[in-house]
Design a protein around this ligand. Structure first.
Ligand code: TYD
Length: 143
């Protein structure tokens, strides 16, 4: 599995049990394959326009998330303020861990894409940075 060349980001591989005939089963567990306690699960689906972009934000400290594309495919554009990388998520058992201070944008959704996200905390807008210039400032101030 290739490593990603940005901070606070890595791929997480879940078990994949089964075969082509009977199908596959993958599972995730808090504090085991998922390195935090899961407090929230959400999912993105029905993205009808292939030019749609989602994300386009970063999180402050104390929010960790792992994204899985459990059907279809989507591309992650990643930017830690210094380096950029991208990754096409398409295997249901491969997740992408997004820690704090990482600008991430989701593009190239296939019509059937279902993106399942597990998060370490409840939703609060206070943990988001939605302005790219403010993100760069935040990263460089190190606050
Ligand atoms: P947003 O984070 O902007 O979605 P994306 O990054 O995929 O474009 O969230 C869209 C809306 O949903 C926004 O009004 C906030 C709300 N929301 C919640 O209420 N709870 C959640 O757990 C999440 C992730 C979003």
């Amino acid at each position: 599995m290739n490593e990603l060349n940005v901070r606070n980001c890595r791929l997480i591989e879940l078990p994949k049990i089964g075969d082509e005939k009977r199908g596959y089963l993958s599972f995730m567990e808090s504090l085991r394959s998922i390195p935090f306690e899961i407090k929230r699960v959400y999912y993105i689906y029905g993205v009808g326009d292939s030019s749609a972009m989602r994300g386009e934000h970063a999180h402050k400290e104390n929010l960790e998330q792992i994204f899985f594309c459990i059907n279809g495919s989507v591309t992650f554009l990643l930017d830690d303020g210094e380096r950029k990388d991208e990754y096409e998520l398409k295997d249901p058992n491969i997740g992408i861990y997004i820690g704090p201070k990482l600008w991430h944008t989701l593009v190239n959704f296939s019509k059937d894409a279902i993106v399942l996200v597990v998060a370490s905390d409840y939703y609060t807008e206070e943990l988001y940075i939605r302005d790219y210039d403010k993100f760069i400032e935040y990263v460089h101030r190190g606050e």
